[in-house]
Design a protein around this ligand. Structure first.
Ligand code: ZN
Length: 130
């Protein structure tokens, strides 16, 4: 009921991981239930959004930039904006599973949001069902 995989990110951005999650779901082998997708990192997030027009991802990143001004943060590592964006996006999504597949809308995809790359990010997939 658990699978884990890694994604190498080149830079800040959104990476469509829908197919990797579908592969993990096949290995897990449930037909009906729910699937939790979790990223165990503090400067990356997981979200569901449009996967057909890559400009949507660019616009989301531009919107997040507009929401997160440079305020002279105290965090010594110097990546406070990445931490803030990760909290705004969140570290998990939950998706229904039906007939062995993620129940996503026709335009939806699951994205790893990298705010501090390049990095190697773990993605954990936990499913409950039968
Ligand atoms: Zn940090």
């Amino acid at each position: 009921m658990v699978q884990e995989f890694e994604v190498c990110t080149c830079e800040e951005g959104m990476v469509n991981i829908s197919e990797k999650i579908a592969d993990a779901l096949k290995k897990i082998g449930i037909r009906e239930g729910i699937c939790l997708i979790f990223v165990p990192h503090t400067t990356a997030g997981i979200t569901i959004n449009e996967a057909t027009d890559c400009d949507v991802s660019k616009d989301i990143l531009a919107g997040l930039d507009a929401l997160t001004p440079h305020l002279g943060y105290k965090h010594a590592e110097g990546n406070s904006l990445a931490h803030i964006k990760a909290s705004l996006i969140g570290s998990s999504v939950t998706i229904p599973v039906t007939d062995g597949k993620l129940y996503l809308g026709p335009w939806q995809g699951v994205f790893l949001c990298e705010f501090d790359g390049p990095r190697v990010r773990k993605i954990r997939v936990n499913c409950v069902g039968a």
